[in-house]
Design a protein around this ligand. Sequence first.
Ligand SMILES: [Zn+2]
Length: 338
Amino acid sequence: MVKSKPEYDIYEMFNVTNDTCKKSTWLCFKFRFLPPHLINHLIAALSRKYRVAEVASTKQDKKQIALFSGTAVFELQKTPKLRKLLVMKCPNAIQIQVLQFGKQIEGGLYKYIADFMTEEIIKIISTRFKMSNVKFEKKWECGQTKPESVTGSNDFCEDQDTKYYCETCKIAHEFTGEWSDLQHGTLDFTKEEINFTKMGMIVLNVLADVSYDLLKPDKPNLRPRSDFDITQLYQEHFKLKKHIPTNGWGGNWQTIKGTDIAVGDDIERIRLTRNELQHSTAAEIGDTRFNELCNILSDLLKRFDQLNKPARLYTDQLNTILSKTMSAEEVQSMKMKH
Ligand SMILES: [Zn+2]
């Protein structure tokens, strides 16, 4: 990724030095293809919630607002303005950093900003741009890295070590985890348990909605959605016999070929996904199987987005769950439901 040096130095503008200010690690939203106007919509969304920071220009007393092409600084606190958010557009990424004056940065401190940004990006891509195939990944990098040199070289992992070697500073740093949950790194949840939680949320929320929305036009007096679980919805489809699976009702994964994409086949896929979770004795899903299921469901939800035309696209709901950092409460509550 090639970046040009910006014409203005944000750090100089706000007198950000190692003595005056703590810089958070960079949080990068990396895209394969970054929609050109995403940053403008994002800055607009941020301006509705936070004030754009002001800064005295060097010579005159006149203040100017820190809003430039593709870069902006926001006040995360109305007063005492000790916490500022720097947002920048790069060729294939949007990167953010919190400038924290006069306080230590702690784990979980900026999770609310990371969540807000993630949700807004998904909302803009899906509702405004109506692009369901734009994918992004969240990465991080040491806060001492100059804005123009940030590449987002580090992955977030569930079991982050407390120390890491920094390629910018060439020393070992403590990992703060300010973008993640407070409990981040201290809980013993495995990747497999997190996968299970995400798949459980997809089943309980998205897939159940799909099945219900499909049933609704054919059943004028259908009871509310909350009255049904996936099994009951499957039975309703079975009784209705409108969408018959290519290979009959009640098969297994081997029965359905990838080319079987009748609505009835997808009704079977929903049932099989739900059963697979139900039968996972340890409430865990390995990475390989998790990715397979995500691919199957992503295709299935695209078909239902076309068919059911939901107010909020199912594929967006899927992406929101997949990109979300799971909290301890969510992992535990999914284990309880299991
Ligand atoms: Zn460093």
